[in-house]
Write a protein that binds this ligand. Structure first.
Ligand SMILES: Cc1ncc(COP(=O)(O)O)c(C=O)c1O
Length: 384
């Protein structure tokens, strides 16, 4: 048996030992848009890459968060507060809930997985609008539950379609508001309509990873809907507007009994000491967050003008990314941008083969993007 065969035999044996549900999943194999920027630069052989593929905050965290994290470096040999009481208290005070209505997690990703772990049994159905963020599906499959895809209408979550997909087996409805990758919002009226008709024994999860970028007043706010519904979990993250993606801090807001169910499966020290300190300082630096929101909104307008100039249409966004129609194979435009050192996300993985999801970067980076997109258009015209 050669080395390759031996590895494959071991893999088969390991999968036989694992729970059968895992056969439906693949390990996360990072492709170019998933790499950290320093690795992208190495792979592309460039000194500077413009990374517009992960919806990160290109300006980084608040200087106060950086100072707070640096102060923690001398205490890394000591375990941190397992539940992050200071951070939970600060969040709770601003959201007008109790601290025990909040759970801190290792990014929103961990909370999605813990939700699946706490609530899903094999063959439960999980309603997931499509296209949307992939972890709702992956976490449901990991528990042996059945994802039920509900198509968007005009790039927006369609409440009627969701209600029609309900069955006696439905355990969770996942909503992403605003939605990734479309950037569109569910309005408060739409959410109210869903809540009125959704059976109480279904858990409604609203992932608000991008809510801090929203400038549209009609957008629903999950926290405001807690009074209307027991089985409601709102997910937020410090990875986006707070610029703390690598510190890995997410949090959930719900009623205390639901948070207690999640606490039963939460690893005790899941949010590290540096992350907790950075998140607290960032949460308190309201001026910085407001500055980021305004900067993102003005850069978003700038990106629209660049897309118009490149004759690309786009879905108006309430987030820090824009879904643009490249009007040709997204893989081709992706490659041309990558050759120029700009990495965006192709829509192919979302079933949108002509679209690109572009993170709203710094203005100067968007200017460069605009130049390359313009060249893509010119060369497309020459070829036609
Ligand atoms: C909708 C949505 N939810 C959750 C996450 C994961 O966030 P975190 O970095 O907090 O795990 C992302 C990341 O891109 C996202 O787009």
């Amino acid at each position: 048996m050669d080395m390759k065969q031996a590895v494959s035999t071991r893999e088969t044996a390991a999968l036989r030992l694992a729970r059968p549900a895992l056969a439906q999943l693949q390990p996360f194999e990072p492709e170019l848009p998933d790499l950290p920027i320093e690795k992208m630069e190495r792979v592309l052989g460039k000194n500077r890459v413009i990374k517009l593929s992960f919806n990160e905050n290109p300006y980084g965290p608040s200087p106060r968060a950086i100072e707070a994290m640096q102060r923690e470096l001398g205490y890394l040999h000591l375990y941190q507060d397992s539940k992050g009481d200071d951070l939970r208290r600060a969040i709770a005070a601003d959201l007008e809930v109790e601290p025990d209505q909040i759970i801190l997690t290792n990014g929103a990703d961990e909370l999605i997985l813990l939700t699946a772990l706490a609530f899903l049994e094999p063959d439960d159905e999980v309603i997931i609008p499509s296209p949307t963020f992939g972890q709702y599906r992956a976490s449901s499959l990991a528990m042996g539950a059945r994802p039920v895809s509900v198509p968007l209408t005009d790039f927006r979550v369609d409440i009627e379609n969701i209600l029609q997909a309900l069955s006696s087996r439905t355990k969770i409805v996942f909503l992403c508001n605003p939605n990734n990758p479309t950037g569109t919002v569910i309005t408060q009226d739409e959410l109210d309509r869903l809540i009125q008709r959704l059976p109480e024994n279904v858990l409604l999860v609203i992932d608000e990873a991008y809510i801090d970028f929203v400038t549209e007043p009609s957008c629903a706010c999950g926290v405001n809907s807690l009074a209307q519904r027991g089985n409601l979990l709102v997910i937020r993250t410090f990875s986006k507007i707070h610029g703390l993606a690598a510190a890995r801090i997410g949090f959930g807001i719900s009623h205390t009994p639901l948070i207690n169910a999640l606490e039963r499966v939460k690893p005790p020290f899941n949010v590290n000491r540096i992350g907790q300190a950075g998140a607290l300082a960032s949460w308190q630096d309201k001026d910085y967050l407001e500055k980021m929101r305004k900067l993102n909104a003005s850069n978003r307008e700038y990106l629209y003008t660049l897309l118009n100039t490149a004759e690309m249409s786009y879905v108006p966004s309430q987030t820090n990314f824009v879904l643009a129609d490249g009007k040709q194979d997204a893989a081709v435009v992706f490659r041309k941008l990558a050759e120029s050192g700009i990495i965006v996300r192709s829509g192919t993985g979302y079933g949108l083969p002509h679209h690109l999801r572009i993170t709203i970067g710094r203005k100067e980076d968007l200017t460069r993007l605009g130049e390359v997109l313009q060249n893509c258009r010119v060369s497309q015209e020459k070829n036609s």
